[in-house]
Design a protein around this ligand. Structure first.
Ligand SMILES: C[S@@+](CC[C@H](N)C(=O)[O-])C[C@H]1O[C@@H](n2cnc3c(N)ncnc32)[C@H](O)[C@@H]1O
Length: 534
């Protein structure tokens, strides 16, 4: 997806010079990467802990640093919509007059054939249909265009016209129509592509800037399990002005000096504004002094706490590409957010909830009672018992083990908002936990459901009888963790075989390498599970 052209590198460097960005260019080089676009490489062996890049927060492109910061603030627009809108104005209206232009123009929203980079949800049906049934579709609902993005677009369109009418600010015509009321699909898709390009490069800066684009930091490619660098920023700053220490907006409750002085001020209300200003300046001087004293080093012109850094977490050898991690993301999420996939991604899963629901529908007579029990109380009883048991185990076990509730939480963090709402404790909350992990193992709660569905009649009666009494049910629940018996294996095969056949058939029709990678990865997980069942 969005990759940087080598031709834009000089402009990026020009921006860095003007913006006081420190890049360790004596030891690193930015050049073409085999995996696409540009990447950052070590020119010599570099030690762990080295700061490769230091960017002052004032040189991070965020909504609050942008040319339309005040307009966004006045109209209470924040988050990704604010960043997208700010990016659109800088790159299409202010252009070369903008302080940010040399950097931002390197962020491409279309390829050299003028085709927009779009997320899978905006691909034509023929391109996205091979992905149906994958985790991208059923766990993350990322094949369906989100209502939210259309709502954001409508809001942004309304604002662009309002600003035009109120101050004559030019409308970004590439993205919004001249007539506010006329929807233009092509322009809307440019807005979607802008949001996608930004989401593939954004960093969480702090609670003042929120999300932002960080020059050069966004040139590090992703490594799935062995990144070299980490992004560092002090997140906890004043929400109103971005100050790290005491400021005019927040004064710590527990600072007796400040509180005493504040009390004195409040006793003389007529002078309060003047004294507050003096107080703020004094506190600023104190903070600067503390910073100098605490490091004892010779200062360069950047105050580290006011910067974001890219720091090496481990040594790298000359010649190797230096990788970041965009998070523990499955291919489904990498494709949805960044437009690429990785072979043998250890975070991939095969989601089986839709397959189980289809099975339930088809086999109501035999399995309805058991599925209902699971949905009404079985899942909750099992996860509560399982999580309590895990909590009692040793710390090292906990680190290695697979915790059913934890995994659900980790996943739900990455689910879209609508999916999260579906899964927040309702009768369907079990759906998001029914999957195979990358080595083909089941999650504990998928294993429990399969075992529950295949308990013999005596076991099933015992389970339902004891369900009302915590002590009794807790003695019975370990049976749901047992190894699959033949009945359970048969059921797993019934669920997996059609899914596998679908993936194999889709693979014959697909040429997009990322879609192939995702399908191959999920097909391999199913294969590993089937092998283990044999
Ligand atoms: C933050 S940028 C990284 C720099 C990018 N290569 C460039 O030229 O601008 C993220 C984009 O880089 C590409 N990318 C990053 N890591 C990758 C990987 N491991 N495999 C394939 N493409 C990757 C994808 O196109 C992704 O959308």
């Amino acid at each position: 997806m969005s990759s940087t052209s080598h031709a834009d590198l000089e402009d990026i460097k020009t921006f860095c010079k003007r913006a006081n960005v420190k890049f360790l260019s004596s030891q690193c080089i930015i050049k073409k990467s085999e995996i696409g676009g540009l990447g950052v490489f070590a020119e010599e062996n570099i030690k762990e802990g080295t700061v490769l890049l230091r960017v002052p927060k004032s040189s991070v492109f965020s909504a609050s640093n942008s040319s339309i910061a005040n307009l966004l603030l006045e109209n209470e627009i924040d988050g990704m919509l604010a960043l997208n809108l700010a990016f659109i104005y800088e790159t299409t209206i202010f252009r070369s007059k903008s302080h940010w232009y040399h950097y931002l123009k390197s962020i491409q929203i279309e390829n050299d054939k003028d085709e927009l980079y779009l997320p899978p949800s905006y691909w034509p049906d023929s391109s996205k249909s091979p992905l149906s049934g994958t985790a991208l579709d059923t766990l993350f609902d990322a094949l369906r265009p989100e209502d939210e993005i259309r709502e954001s677009y409508d809001m942004a369109n309304e604002l662009a016209h309002k600003w035009k009418n109120e101050f004559g600010l030019q409308i970004p015509n590439l993205v919004f129509p001249n007539d506010e009321e006329v929807f233009d699909e092509e322009k809307f898709l440019r807005f979607v592509a802008t949001a996608y390009a930004i989401s593939s490069r954004v960093f969480e800066i702090d609670n003042y800037h929120e999300s932002g684009l960080v020059v050069i930091a966004d040139l590090f490619n992703h490594h799935v399990d062995s990144p070299d660098v980490r992004f560092e920023s002090i997140f906890d700053v004043c929400e109103s002005c971005g100050e790290i220490g005491p400021c005019g907006h927040v004064i710590p409750d527990d600072d007796p000096d400040v509180n005493e002085r504040l009390d004195d001020e409040l006793k003389t209300p007529s002078q309060s504004t003047e004294i507050s200003q003096a107080l703020i300046e004094e506190l600023e001087r104190e903070t600067a002094l503390e910073l100098e004293n605490s490091s004892g080093e010779k200062k360069d012109d950047l105050v580290p706490d006011e910067c974001v850094d890219i720091t090496l977490m481990k040594p790298v050898n000359a010649g190797s590409e230096i990788f970041n991690s965009y998070g523990d993301l499955s291919n489904a999420l990498l494709l949805a957010r960044y437009g690429f996939c990785i072979a043998s991604n250890v975070h991939d899963v095969v989601h089986l909830a839709p397959d189980l629901l289809r099975f339930w529908k088809k086999n109501k007579r035999k399995f309805d009672e058991r599925f209902r029990f699971w949905a009404d109380m079985g899942y909750e009883l099992f996860t509560d018992w399982f999580d309590a048991k895990r909590a009692e185990e040793t710390e090292s076990d906990e680190e290695e083990g697979y915790n059913s509730r934890e995994s659900a939480l980790e996943l739900s963090e990455t689910l879209s908002d609508s999916e999260e709402a579906n899964n927040s404790g309702g009768e369907n909350s079990w759906h998001s936990n029914m999957f195979l992990i990358s080595n083909g193992d089941t999650t504990p709660s998928l294993r429990a459901l399969i075992n529950l569905l295949t308990l013999n009649t005596v076991e099933w009666k015992k389970l339902t009888k004891s369900a009302a009494q915590e002590e009794k049910i807790n003695r019975f629940l370990p049976i749901l963790e047992r190894k699959f018996n033949n009945e359970a294996k048969k059921l797993m095969i019934t669920l997996l075989a059609p899914k596998q056949a679908l993936y194999v058939s889709n693979l014959t029709k697909v040429s997009n390498p990322d879609v192939r990678t995702l399908l191959e990865s999920e097909a391999t997980i199913i294969e590993n599970c089937l092998k283990a069942l044999a």
